[in-house]
Design a protein around this ligand. Structure first.
Ligand SMILES: Cc1ncc(C[n+]2csc(CCOP(=O)(O)OP(=O)(O)O)c2C)c(N)n1
Ligand code: SF4
Length: 286
C-alpha cells in the first residue's frame, strides 16, 4: 500500500539506529491503512527527540512547549471535533514535565490518541534519567544510579480509568501497528506507551533488551476487566505488549460541551451566527 504520510526531502535529525525510526514507520503504516485524509488529521507534540516526529510526516502539526502537548491537543479537538488528533511525545515530556497534564487529560477524556516513545531516558538533552528510567541506571547526572521508583504509565492510566491503555514496542512492527490503529479508532483518550531504544544515551535498555524483556499478551485476554488489566499493567520483566485496558462507557469531553450537546459536530469556526447574537451576548448582564 502506498505510504500517504511520508515527507519528501526532509532531513531527519535522529541518530542512525534510533527506535524513533521504527515508530515513524509504524505510525505511517497505521495511518495509511486507516486512510485518514490528511486534512482531517493533526499531530501535536511537546519537546524532545520523540516530539520531533510530527515534523517528519506529511500532515499538519502543532509543536507545543516541553510537557505541554495535551492542553493544545484537547483544545484543537474541542474547536473541531471532526479532526483526528494524535499526540506524539517522549516519556520525559509526557510523564515528567507533562505529568500534571497527563493526569488531568485522562480525567477529561478528550477523544485524542497519545503515543509516547518510551526510551527510559532524556534523549534530546543527552542522557539524564527520565521518570521511566530503571533503578540502577547511571547517567552523567545520576552518577550513583537511579534510586527512585520508576513511574508505571500504564498502571497510572488504568488507575485513573483512561478509556484505552496499551503498551507497544518499536521492535514489534505488526503488533504495534494494530495497537495504534485500534487506539486511533477508539473514541476517548487513548494511550499507547511504546518502547523505543535510544542507541546513544541508553546502553542498557537496547533494542535487544526490549525484545528479550517483552511478550505479546495471550489470546483471550479481556481488556474490559479492570482488576485484571491493572494486574497485567503491573507485570514487569517481561513486560506485556498489547491492549491492556478499554472502557467504552466513559463520556467524551467534546460531547459534553455546550455547542455540541445537540449532536451537531459542526466546528465552531464555520458556524453561522445570526445577526445580533454577538451583541446580545455582549449586552447580557451577568
Ligand atoms: C521547561 C523546559 N525544561 C527543560 C527543557 C529541556 N528539555 C528539552 S527535551 C527534554 C527531555 C526530553 O526527553 P523525552 O521526552 O524523554 O524525549 P526524548 O528526547 O528521549 O525523545 C528536556 C529536559 C525544556 N526544553 N523546557
Ligand atoms: S539521542 Fe537517542 S532518542 Fe535522540 S535521536 Fe539519538 S538515539 Fe534517538
Amino acid at each position: 500500500m502506498a505510504n500517504l504520510y511520508g515527507k519528501e526531502n526532509v532531513e531527519i535529525a535522529w541518530c542512525p539506529g534510533c527506535g524513533n525510526f521504527g515508530i515513524r514507520n509504524i505510525v505511517m503504516n497505521a495511518l495509511t491503512e486507516l486512510a485518514i485524509p490528511k486534512e482531517n488529521l493533526v499531530f501535536v507534540s511537546g519537546i524532545g527527540q520523540a516530539a520531533k516526529a510530527p515534523q517528519y510526516y506529511n500532515t499538519s502539526y502543532f509543536n507545543g512547549l516541553h510537557g505541554r502537548s495535551l492542553p493544545p491537543a484537547a483544545a484543537i479537538k474541542a474547536a473541531n471535533p471532526l479532526l483526528k488528533v494524535i499526540v506524539e511525545s517522549g516519556d520525559g515530556d509526557m510523564y515528567g514535565e507533562g505529568g500534571n497534564h497527563f493526569i488531568h487529560a485522562i480525567r477529561r477524556n478528550s477523544d485524542i490518541t497519545v503515543i509516547v516513545h518510551n526510551n527510559m531516558v532524556y534523549g534530546l538533552t543527552k542522557g539524564q534519567a527520565s521518570p521511566t528510567s530503571r533503578p540502577g541506571f547511571t547517567t552523567p547526572v545520576q552518577v550513583d544510579g537511579v534510586f527512585e521508583n520508576p513511574l508505571n504509565p500504564a498502571a497510572l492510566a488504568i488507575a485513573l480509568d483512561a478509556s484505552f491503555v496499551a503498551r507497544a514496542s518499536a521492535g514489534e512492527q505488526e503488533k504495534s501497528k494494530e495497537i495504534i490503529k485500534a487506539a486511533i479508532n477508539h473514541k476517548g483518550f487513548a494511550l499507547v506507551d511504546i518502547f523505543s531504544a535510544c542507541v546513544s544515551f541508553n546502553k542498557v535498555n537496547t533494542h535487544r533488551w526490549f525484545k528479550e524483556n517483552t511478550y505479546i499478551i495471550e489470546e483471550g485476554y479481556d481488556p474490559k476487566n479492570k482488576p485484571e488489566a491493572f494486574k497485567k499493567s503491573l507485570e514487569e520483566g517481561p513486560w506485556p505488549l498489547g491492549i491492556l485496558y478499554v472502557n467504552d462507557n466513559k463520556p467524551v469531553f467534546e460531547e459534553k460541551l455546550a455547542p455540541y450537546l445537540n449532536k451537531d459536530n459542526t466546528p465552531l469556526y464555520i458556524r453561522k451566527r445570526e445577526a445580533g447574537t454577538v451583541m446580545d451576548i455582549l449586552n447580557t448582564k451577568i
